[in-house]
Design a protein around this ligand. Structure first.
Ligand code: AMP
Ligand code: MG
Length: 489
């Protein structure tokens, strides 16, 4: 019997798009977690996946009938420097399934062993990064942010060597596709215009079917620009810092992908960086919008030969599409922050109002997530005392609050309706870095996965106060602060 109905469209592209490679079996697969609701959504049999046969597949020890088993080729700019060949060095695409909503989704094993793209790497993943990706990607999904998902995590029973010896694990990642800006760059770097056209056509069919007609490649560029503008604005409104916005880590489908040293900001500060490898703050919180635009410019460059045979005509066409990014991003950002402040209508003064709160938070070293949450809880009261207490020196906040309450008087909604609306967009629980680190430590040092399960349960309902889970709302105490995160590759 065939447990998975694969339909592998990427594997039907020419062979130069990928390498066919089987996962390398591991010694002792042990299922840590299966995301059963996601399995159901994908039309997979969750019980089968938990059985030894299913776990073997999730560990890379057995390929199901119909699997493609390929590592895809891509290139990319990493911290601004171009590598013409990267590719899936530790990930193997099992194949694609069509989910219950008719959406095509990739199933990929991350950490499944070496591929022709591994360069000097071992093709493996350590448990810590696998848990981090599981936690943060699932939290993002619950927060309503487009993202790859985590279907399963398994321990391999083998150790991987990083700075020390660590338990090895495999993550099953689910994505609308794993096509990146870097995938386009791979073909562009080789002058392979036919490959580019095939890739672009594949992406249009798969992600942007509304792009039709003679100008479909321009429409594709515009669609990707629009998707990224919306995505990055969502990151900014929840304080998410991706950490490695290299062009090979930017999904063409507009999903958040490649959770490495990512983290959520606690205290609001625009220059916040966590990634230990981001020495110059290239991917700091406030740099994410300009970096996204920079990445999209690299994408647009790859499309030039498809936009016009005459490069001098293609460049201004691409430029026009790119120029839309700033306006679209700003519009999404302001709309997002308006919702966070309980504003259903638009006033010219709103931009200054939003900036005023962020500035007060920066000066007052206030916790980004809690400020918005307490403001929501206290929106119906005369004063926001709990919110106020989050600011080291509340003078700026006090002045701001008066302006905010004045502004609210122009809103038609009742105070209670506004409070409810704000509670729906301002999460109480985010994957705080110190909590994620504590979960990883318990798992890696003590083989204790109870904290992992608890954290996942809390983060699955980020907008709902959960009695007894107050610890998970709390910003880190000074001694708990985690200042650096690691890729673990
Ligand atoms: P990432 O930092 O995960 O975006 O990966 C950047 C590139 O390095 C990709 O081509 C990965 O496939 C490759 N890579 C990362 N870790 C490993 C590893 N342990 N073994 C082989 N390749 C790796
Ligand atoms: Mg990557």
């Amino acid at each position: 019997m065939n447990p998975i109905a694969f339909d592998n469209s990427y594997a039907r592209l020419p062979e130069r798009f990928y390498a066919t490679v089987a996962p390398t079996p591991v010694v002792a697969p042990r299922l840590l977690r299966l995301n059963a609701p996601l399995a159901v959504q994908l039309g997979l049999d969750a019980d089968w996946l938990k059985d030894p046969e299913g776990v073997a597949m999730l560990a890379g020890n057995g390929l199901p009938v119909g699997a493609a088993s390929i590592a895809t080729a891509y290139a990319g700019h990493q911290f601004g420097g171009f590598s013409p060949q990267l590719g899936d060095g530790r990930a193997i695409l099992l194949g694609e399934v069509v989910d219950r909503d008719g959406k095509r989704r990739d199933l990929q094993l991350k950490g499944a062993g070496p591929t022709p793209f591994s360069r000097r790497g071992d093709g493996r993943a350590a448990l810590g990064p696998v848990l981090r990706e599981y936690i943060v990607s699932e939290a993002m999904a619950a927060l309503g942010v487009p993202t790859t998902r985590a279907l399963a995590a398994v321990l391999t029973g083998e150790s991987v060597r990083r700075e020390t010896s660590l338990p090895g694990a495999v993550l099953t990642r689910v994505a609308s596709s794993h096509i990146r800006i870097g995938t386009f760059q791979y073909f562009a770097a080789r002058g392979d215009v036919e490959g580019l056209r095939l890739l672009a056509d594949h992406v249009i069919v798969r992600h942007y079917p509304a792009c039709t007609g003679e100008e479909r490649y321009l429409a594709l560029l515009e669609a990707v620009v629009a998707a990224q503008a919306a995505l990055i604005a969502q990151w900014m409104t929840i304080g998410f810092i991706h950490g490695v916005m290299n062009t090979d880590n930017m999904s063409i489908a507009g999903e958040t992908i490649d959770y490495g040293p990512c983290a959520f900001m606690d205290v609001y500060h625009p220059t916040t960086v966590f990634s230990s490898i981001d020495e110059h703050g290239r991917y700091a919180y406030a740099n994410q919008p300009p970096i996204a635009r920079w990445n999209l410019t690299r994408f647009a460059e790859t499309l030039l030969p498809l936009l016009d045979d005459d490069i001098d005509k293609a460049v201004p066409i691409a430029q026009g599409a790119l120029d839309r990014f700033d306006l679209q991003f700003q519009a999404h950002l302001i709309a997002g922050f308006r919702r966070k402040l309980g504003l259903a209508t638009e006033e010219a003064e709103d931009v200054v109002l939003i900036k005023g709160l962020l500035d007060a938070m920066q000066d007052g070293e206030a916790d980004f997530t809690l400020v918005f949450r307490r403001l929501s809880e206290e929106a119906g009261q005369d004063s926001a005392e709990t919110c106020r207490s989050l600011f080291r020196d509340p003078v700026a906040f006090d002045a701001w609050e008066i302006r905010w309450r004045d502004r609210l008087r122009k809103e038609p909604a009742s105070a209670e309706a506004r409070r409810q609306a704000m509670l729906q967009v301002n999460p109480l629980y985010i994957p705080r870095n110190h909590q994620v680190e504590a979960v990883i430590e318990a798992a890696v040092e003590r083989d204790d996965f109870a904290p992992f399960e608890t954290l996942l349960g809390v983060l699955a309902r980020p907008f709902e106060a959960q009695p007894g889970r107050e610890d998970y709302e709390r910003p880190p105490a000074v001694h708990e602060r985690v200042l650096a995160t690691f890729c673990g590759t």
